[in-house]
Write a new protein. Structure first.
Length: 124
């Protein structure tokens, strides 16, 4: 696992361009991240770019559970979980058209419940 993490960090640092000019403000929110959060973001974003949504969600899970989590990591976590569920749902479809079953959209109800809980915790 350590080898693949280091390899993904190297890949991301070599093949992605995060160059900002002094005249343009950083609108990505990367400048607000701590060093540890930036590491989590880089590995998660690498998995997201590779369409490995479950792995992306795994690495961002601890960031979402903390009370002072950056919005960028929270968004990446929930969006990767959503895309993972949609990808699995589409993979499970058959050639014939059938009505959507409740178990096919269960991931959406789980996501909604978790996001509502997160919202209530932030508001109160």
């Amino acid at each position: 696992m350590v080898f693949s993490y280091a390899l993904l960090r190297f890949y991301h640092s070599v093949f992605s361009s995060h160059v900002t000019t002094p005249t343009m403000p950083d609108s990505t929110g990367l400048s607000e991240l701590t060093a540890e959060e930036l590491d989590v973001y880089l590995i998660s974003k690498s998995y997201f770019d590779l369409k490995e949504y479950d792995r992306c969600a795994f690495f961002t899970k601890k960031s979402v559970e903390s009370s002072s989590s950056p919005r960028l990591l929270v968004f990446l976590h929930f969006y990767s979980r959503y895309l993972s569920g949609e990808k699995k749902r589409l993979d499970d479809l058959t050639d014939f058209i059938a009505p959507t079953e409740a178990h096919q959209v269960r991931h959406l109800t789980d996501l909604r419940a978790e996001m509502e809980k997160l919202y209530r915790d932030k508001v109160s």
